[in-house]
Structures are given as C-alpha cells and as structure tokens.
Ligand binder design. Structure first.
Ligand code: AMP
Length: 403
C-alpha cells in the first residue's frame, strides 16, 4: 500500500552524525511519520521511525548521509509512504547558518548549495552536515523542490547596535564577524503563536522568549521583529547550555592557549562539547542534573544556579531594551517542562509586573498556555515550539510562490 504523499512536506534536520525527519501536512500540522537515523559513520548505527502508531527500530552500519537517507526512504516506503516514486510537495531542510546572504526560506539550486558551502567557515560543525543532507536528497529525489530554512534568518535585521561586536571594524567586515543569532525559526514561530494565544497582533506586542533546550537562547522581540538575541557569530554565546558555556571572557581563550597549550581543535571541543552543565556538573541533560541535585550533589546545584543567574541577567537586559514587556515566553525541552526553573527565573519580580500562578505553572498540561495570574500586567506563557512545522510551512509557501 502506498499513501498519498504529494501534499506532504518532508522536513530534514541533518546533523553531523544524525538525520532527524518528519513527513507532515503543513496545513494541519499532522505528522504522518517521524524518525531519526543515528550514529552515521560509526560501527553500529540505526534508525527509529514512528508511523501510524507503530515504531520500527533497525540496527545497521550507516556509512554516510546518503546511506542514511536511503535508509530513511526505504523505511518510509515500508510504512506505506513511498516518497521516491509517490513524491512529496517539497523537502524542507534546517540550515544552521545563513550568514549575510540568506534571510528568508530559499529554493535550493546549485548556486544556493555553493553559497551554503562557503558559509561553512562560520558554522564548521553544522553547515557541512546540513549540506550533506541537501546533496543526498538532490541525488535520491531529483526533481523534488528543496527549500533551505535558516536558523539565522529571523535575526537578519537586528539593529546595528545589537549586532555589532566592538572589535576592529575592518577585521569584522573582512571576516563576517557580527551577531547572527540562532534558533530563529523557533523564536519566530513561538512569538507568532504567543500573539495568537493572547489574541493580539504581533505588531502590538513586546516579548521576551526563552528557548531553553539542549541549546539555549533568548530573544527580545518588538512588534514581531527581534531587537536582540543571546547567540552570536556562533551558537556559543549567551545562555548556559547543555554542553556550551554561553558568555565567557574572550581572554580565556588566549589564556588557555598560553598556559594549558590547548590547540584550536581542543578549544573548539572544550567550548562545544565539554562546557555548560556538562562542564560544571558532568551531565548535559537537565533531568539528570535535577536527579543529581535531589541527591545533594553540590556541583549540580552550582550548575543550576549559574544557569538561572544567566537567564535572569538577560531577562533584566531585555526588559530594559524593550522598555515595557507584554509577554515572557518559555519554550523547548527545559522551558516547556521545568516548572521549578520557570519559578526560579521569575522569582521576586512582582514589582515589575511579573508573576506566575503556581497551580498553572505546575499543571500537567503540554499545550500552549498562560501561567501568570489573569490580572498580572505581564503575561507569562509556556508555548511548545515546533520548528519542523515552521520549516514545512515555509517550504510549502516557497514552492507555491515559485515562478
Ligand atoms: P531540546 O533540546 O528542546 O530537546 O531539550 C532537551 C532538554 O530538555 C534536556 O536537557 C532535557 O532534560 C530537557 N527535557 C526534555 N523533556 C523534559 C521533561 N519532560 N521534563 C524535564 N526536562 C525535560
């Protein structure tokens, strides 16, 4: 049996050793199939797929991204979705860095592929992996339109004062050094959903959004446009994350080169994989951190305090930048699921009109909702993010508007 897939969009998030995918209806948000290929290039990899209430798991060695995507298409076909012969409306790819070049969802052709490749110097860990997914789909699904949706796009028009680093302007210009911001697809989607939930036009609202997942970032959004964000040239700046430190004194890097004789790859590794919660407490997962805290682990307690301190620092900064705030929004794995963290981040701020209703905050409810008292001047909300849906909708729109 083959099910009609021509109205569906295949969303692909191709990372260095994994490919996450969803086959979905961009109109309704219905997810027909979701899955992930893991451990590409390792001895034992595999795929896990959920379709029509059934889960399929399969172990095998997956040499590269093209082999991974072939496995995805075979597994989709086995579930009745033969996207190779039956087609899909479009493939939407998450691409991490769009640099100065890309600031809207873009139909992929050879010129776009070359430009994404050139941007690899700005995102060496991400863009090459995104590109591997795009090139594999080009080969395996020729003729199906592919659309790149960039994590940086929403922040393209950040005000100059917010996006400029105070270093030698000629060096900055020569090497593309500015704040680009990331998680843009999530911040844009969540700020739009927040306006919908509050029954207001985005243009009327000042919002502070905390995307707190394994990666974490905050954005100050005025009238639907971002005026500041925490991530920078790379996704390392800003909040404390699972394994990234967020803000650091840049002097730490030359200090480590001189005193610990670390080379550039070791520093990259330290900052991308061994810092943040992992560096402080040995675990990058917030649930594990909480288990350690419950057991009296002091390093875990300190990691939590540093995390909360950093979020509050940016809350304060963005309150002042916006002047007045209508909504504070929590999203992503930690933001959506951790009432204790939300309470600690917003503790003692009643004088700023910021309060949460403890019952609403701790309710076992996974839907988008307000967690501040109805009469509080600032609405505090939990809004589940859905980057895949945002990518699917963007891809479908680009395809519909094609000349
Ligand atoms: P994300 O990157 O958005 O998938 O978020 C991953 C982070 O969210 C991890 O640190 C998880 O521990 C945390 N997380 C995910 N689900 C839950 C949950 N149900 N309760 C608490 N934390 C969660």
């Amino acid at each position: 049996m083959s099910k009609a897939a021509e109205d569906l969009v295949l969303v692909i998030n191709s990372g260095s050793s994994s490919i996450k995918y969803q086959l979905m209806d961009p109109e309704s948000g219905m997810v027909a199939v979701s899955g992930a290929v893991e451990r590409i290039g390792e001895d034992e990899g595999g795929i896990e797929q959920h379709a029509d209430g059934e889960t399929v798991r399969q172990r095998s060695t997956i040499a590269d991204h093209q082999a991974g995507l072939r496995l995805v298409f075979d597994t989709l076909t086995a579930a009745g979705y033969d996207v190779v012969r039956g087609g899909v409306c479009a493939v939407g790819h998450r691409v991490v860095h769009g640099g100065e070049v890309f600031y809207r969802p873009t139909l992929i052709d050879d010129t776009v592929i070359a430009a994404i490749r050139e941007l690899a110097s700005l995102a060496p860990l991400h863009n090459p992996a995104n590109l591997a997914g795009i090139e594999s789909v080009c080969e395996l699904l020729p003729g199906v339109p592919q659309v790149a949706v960039f994590d940086t796009a929403f922040f393209h028009s950040l005000p100059a004062a917010a996006k400029t680093y105070a270093i030698d302007a000629k060096i900055a210009a020569a090497y593309g050094i500015r704040k680009y911001g990331f998680h843009g697809t999530s911040h844009e989607y969540v700020s739009g959903r927040t306006a919908e939930l509050l029954g207001r036009a985005p243009a009327e609202l000042n919002q502070i959004i905390f995307h707190l997942g394994n990666g974490a970032s905050a954005a100050a959004v005025r009238g639907g446009r971002p005026i500041d964000t925490t991530m920078g040239l790379t996704p390392l700046e800003g909040l404390v994350m699972g394994s990234r430190p967020g803000d650091l004194d840049p002097g730490i890097v030359p200090h480590l080169v001189r005193t610990a004789q670390l080379d550039i790859d070791q520093i990259d590794n330290l900052l991308n994989r061994d810092s943040g919660l992992k560096g402080l407490a040995g675990v990058n997962d917030f649930r594990e951190l909480q288990r350690l805290i419950a057991g009296g682990d002091q390093a875990a307690e300190l990691a939590y305090d540093v995390y909360v301190h950093r979020v509050r620092r940016y809350l304060g900064a963005y309150l002042i930048e916006l002047g007045a705030v209508d909504a504070i929004v929590f999203t992503a794995g930690v933001g959506e699921n951790n009432p204790q963290l939300r309470a600690d981040v917003l503790a003692g701020l009643t004088r700023f009109g910021i309060d949460i209703d403890p019952a609403a905050n701790t309710a076992k409810d996974r839907s988008a909702r307000r967690i501040s008292p109805a009469d509080a001047p600032v609405a505090v909300l939990v809004v589940p993010t859905d980057e895949e849906l945002a990518i699917a909708r963007a891809a479908r729109q680009v395809v519909a508007e094609r000349p």
